[in-house]
Ligand binder design. Structure first.
Ligand SMILES: NC(=O)C1=CN([C@@H]2O[C@H](COP(=O)(O)OP(=O)(O)OC[C@H]3O[C@@H](n4cnc5c(N)ncnc54)[C@H](OP(=O)(O)O)[C@@H]3O)[C@@H](O)[C@H]2O)[C@@H](O)CC1
Ligand SMILES: Nc1ncnc2c1ncn2[C@@H]1O[C@H](COP(=O)(O)OP(=O)(O)O)[C@@H](O)[C@H]1O
Ligand SMILES: [K+]
Length: 533
C-alpha cells in the first residue's frame, strides 16, 4: 500500500527526526537523494545542463544543495532565484554551497528575459519554487520562468510540483507540470489525488530517515501486493453459503446487458453463489451467460443494486424488480448501489453501503438529497423532492422551503470534476455511506478512514458497461464480508488492473473486462503468495 501523509503529519515527524540529528541533516539527505535521481535521468537522456528554479523556503534550499552536488559531478549548472528579494530571499547555506561548487546564479528580478533564456537552455529543470509550504498557484514571475522551460527538458518537481495545493484538495491549473516528482520521506496527498496526480508525473520517494510507519495516512493507494492480504480466499471448511451469496438486482427491458455484465463479473470474482432478480429479457440472458446464477429472491449476504435498472418502467415485472431493489436498500444487509439504483437512495442506511456514482450521478444525487435535507431541516417534510435532472449548466435552484433562504447552486458534473474529493465528501456526509467516485482516478471515501485513491485503469476503460462490471466485483467482495471501504477500493484496483491487461494498449469491451477478472485475481494471488517475506 502506498500511504500519503498530510503536511501537518510530515512536519511533526520531520521535527521529531531533526531533534535527534545534526542541524541541516535532513535537508542534506533530501538534496543528495534528489541529486542522485537527477544524475540518473541526465544519464538516461544524455543531458548535460541543469537549471534549478529556487524559491524562498526550504524547498529552494533542497534545490540549491542538489544543484551544487550536480555541479561537483561535472554537469553545467545554473540556478534562477525566483523571490522578488533575490539573493537575500533564499536559503543562505544552500546558496553558498552552490556558489562554491561553481553554479551560475541568476536573479529573476534582475532581468526576467535573461533568466528565461537560461531556463530555456536546460536539459533538466529542478522545480524548487515551493514545496509543502506553498499556496496554490504560481506568481507571474515564476510562471514566466516555467513557461520558458523547453518541451524536451526533463522536469523534476522537488517534493511537489510548485503551484499545486500540497493537500490535493484544490485544483490548480497554474502549476508546474512535472515529468517526475522526487519527494522526501513519504508521498503527500497531492501526489495521489486527482487535483495533482497528472502534474506530479512519475513519483520517486527518497528515504531521509523520517519514520512515518505508525503515523495515520491521509490518502492511501492499494497496490498489487495488497490483493493477497485482502482478497477473500476460501478455506477447506467453507461452503458456497459461508463464502457469501450475492443478490443482484440489475438490468431491465431497456438495458438488459447490464445484468449480464454485473453477474458475469461477480461470478468471475469468485462469489460463493449468485441470485438474480430481474425482468424476462435479462433473466433469459443471465441464464445463458451465467448459468451458475439462481433466478429469484432468496437469502443473501449482500446486494448489488442498480446497473441498468430502469426506474421509470411501469409494467408488473419491472415494478416487482424495483420493489426488490427498494427492499434490498431497506434491509440491514451490505449493498453496493450503482446507476439506476442511485435514484432510489433516500438518505442514510445503517448497514454497510457503497455508492458508486460517476461525476454526473454524484451531482444529481447531491442535488436531490441536499434539496431534501434542506427541506427537512426547515421542518418542511412534505416538500416535494425535486430531481435535478440532467442539466449541466450552472443554475440556481430555489430552496424547497419558503424560498427565503436564498438560492442554492445546483451542482453540475463539471463542479464534481473540478473538486472530486470535496463533492464525494459531501455525499458521505449526507448518507454515511462509502462513496466510490469513478473516473481516471477513482476515489473511495468513507467517514473516519484515509481516502483511497486508485489509478490503475487505462482510459480505454471509459466505455459503456464498465461500471456494471465494477458493481459485480464490489458486490462479490461485500458478500464475502469485506468492509465497504476495502470492498470498494480492492474492487477498483482489480477492475483497473484487469482493464489494463485486457486492453494491452488497445480498445477493450466491458464484457472482456468481466471475463478478465478471474485470471487477474488468480495471478495477483499467485504473485502475492510467491513474494518474499
Ligand atoms: N521540514 C523538513 O525537515 C524538511 C523539509 N524539506 C523541504 O522543505 C520544504 C518545505 O519548506 P518550507 O516550509 O520552507 O516551505 P516551502 O515549500 O519552501 O515554501 C515556503 C516559501 O514559499 C513562499 N510561497 C508560498 N506560496 C508561494 C507561491 N504560490 N508562489 C511563490 N512563493 C510562495 C513563501 O513565502 P511567502 O509568500 O509566504 O512570504 C515561503 O517563503 C519541503 O517541501 C521540502 O522540500 C526537506 O529539506 C526535507 C526536510
Ligand atoms: N479516463 C479514464 N481512465 C481510466 N478509467 C476511467 C476513465 N474514465 C472512466 N474510467 C472508469 O471507467 C468506468 C466507467 O464506469 P461508468 O461511468 O459507470 O460506465 P457505465 O455506467 O457505462 O457502466 C469506471 O470504472 C471509471 O472509473
Ligand atoms: K517544488
Amino acid at each position: 500500500m502506498i500511504r500519503a501523509h498530510s503536511v501537518e503529519t510530515v512536519r511533526a515527524a520531520e521535527a521529531a527526526a531533526m531533534a535527534q540529528l545534526p542541524e541541516g541533516e535532513l535537508m542534506s539527505r533530501a538534496a543528495l537523494g534528489l541529486a542522485e535521481v537527477a544524475a540518473a535521468r541526465l544519464a538516461d537522456t544524455e543531458g548535460t545542463t541543469v537549471v534549478g528554479l529556487v524559491g524562498a523556503g526550504d524547498n529552494g534550499g533542497d534545490t540549491l544543495y542538489a544543484v551544487a552536488h550536480l555541479a561537483e559531478t561535472g554537469f553545467a549548472c545554473a540556478v534562477v532565484l525566483v523571490p522578488p528579494s533575490g539573493r537575500s530571499g533564499v536559503h543562505v547555506g544552500g546558496l553558498e554551497s552552490a556558489e562554491v561548487a561553481g553554479v551560475m546564479v541568476h536573479v529573476a528580478a534582475d532581468g526576467a528575459a535573461a533568466a528565461a533564456d537560461v531556463v530555456a537552455e536546460a536539459d533538466l529543470v529542478l522545480d524548487g519554487i515551493v514545496g509543502i509550504g506553498g499556496r496554490p498557484g504560481l506568481r507571474p514571475e515564476a510562471a514566466r520562468l516555467v513557461d520558458a522551460v523547453d518541451d524536451d527538458a526533463w522536469v523534476i518537481a522537488v517534493d511537489l510540483a510548485s503551484g499545486l495545493d500540497p493537500a490535493g484538495e484544490e485544483g490548480e491549473d497554474d502549476a508546474v507540470w512535472a515529468d517526475e516528482t522526487v519527494t522526501f520521506g513519504t508521498p503527500k496527498p497531492v501526489h495521489l489525488l486527482p487535483a495533482g496526480e497528472a502534474a506530479t508525473g512519475r513519483l520517486t520517494v527518497v528515504d531521509i530517515g523520517v519514520d512515518l510507519a505508525e503515523a495515520p495516512a491521509a490518502v492511501e493507494r492499494l497496490t498489487w501486493d495488497d490483493v493477497v492480504d485482502l482478497w477473500p480466499v476460501p478455506g477447506s471448511g467453507d461452503d458456497k453459503y459461508s463464502r457469501g451469496v450475492l443478490g443482484v438486482v440489475a438490468g431491465s427491458e431497456a438495458y438488459p446487458g447490464a445484468a449480464v455484465l454485473c453477474t458475469t463479473s461477480a461470478a468471475e470474482a469468485g462469489v460463493g453463489m449468485l441470485r438474480y432478480v430481474g425482468t424476462p429479457t435479462p433473466v433469459g440472458l443471465v441464464h445463458q451467460a451465467v448459468p451458475e446464477a439462481v433466478v429469484g429472491d432468496g437469502r443473501v449476504q449482500a446486494w448489488a443494486v442498480g446497473p441498468g435498472l430502469d426506474t421509470e418502467a411501469d409494467d408488473e415485472r419491472s415494478r416487482a424488480q424495483l420493489e426488490a431493489a427498494r427492499a434490498a436498500l431497506a434491509s440491514d444487509l451490505p449493498v453496493v448501489v450503482d446507476a439506476g439504483g442511485l435514484a432510489l437512495v433516500e438518505g442514510r442506511r445503517t448497514a454497510p453501503t457503497v455508492l458508486t456514482p460517476h461525476a454526473g450521478e454524484l451531482a444529481r444525487l447531491l442535488n436531490r438529497l441536499e434539496t431534501r435535507s434542506a427541506g427537512t431541516a426547515d421542518g418542511n417534510h412534505g416538500a416535494p423532492v425535486t430531481s435535478a435532472g440532467e442539466s449541466r449548466g450552472r443554475r440556481p435552484v430555489t430552496g424547497p422551503a419558503d424560498g427565503d433562504e436564498g438560492d442554492r447552486h445546483e451542482v453540475t458534473a463539471d463542479d464534481v470534476k473540478g473538486d472530486p474529493l470535496g463533492h464525494a465528501r459531501r455525499l458521505v456526509a449526507l448518507t454515511g455511506a462509502t462513496v466510490l467516485l469513478k473516473g481516471a482516478t477513482t476515489l473511495v471515501v468513507t467517514d473516519g478512514e484515509p481516502v483511497r485513491s486508485q489509478a490503475d485503469a487505462p482510459p480505454w476503460l471509459a466505455t459503456a458497461g464498465a461500471g456494471d462490471v465494477l458493481s459485480g466485483v464490489i458486490g462479490a467482495l461485500l458478500a464475502a464480508g469485506l468492509t465497504p471501504h476495502d470492498a470498494a477500493s480492492l474492487g477498483a484496483l482489480v477492475h483497473g488492473v484487469t482493464a489494463d491487461r485486457v486492453s494491452g494498449g488497445g480498445p477493450l469491451r466491458a464484457l472482456a473486462v468481466a471475463h478478465g477478472i478471474r485470471p487477474t485475481v488468480r495471478d495477483l494471488l499467485a504473485r502475492g503468495r510467491s513474494a518474499p517475506g
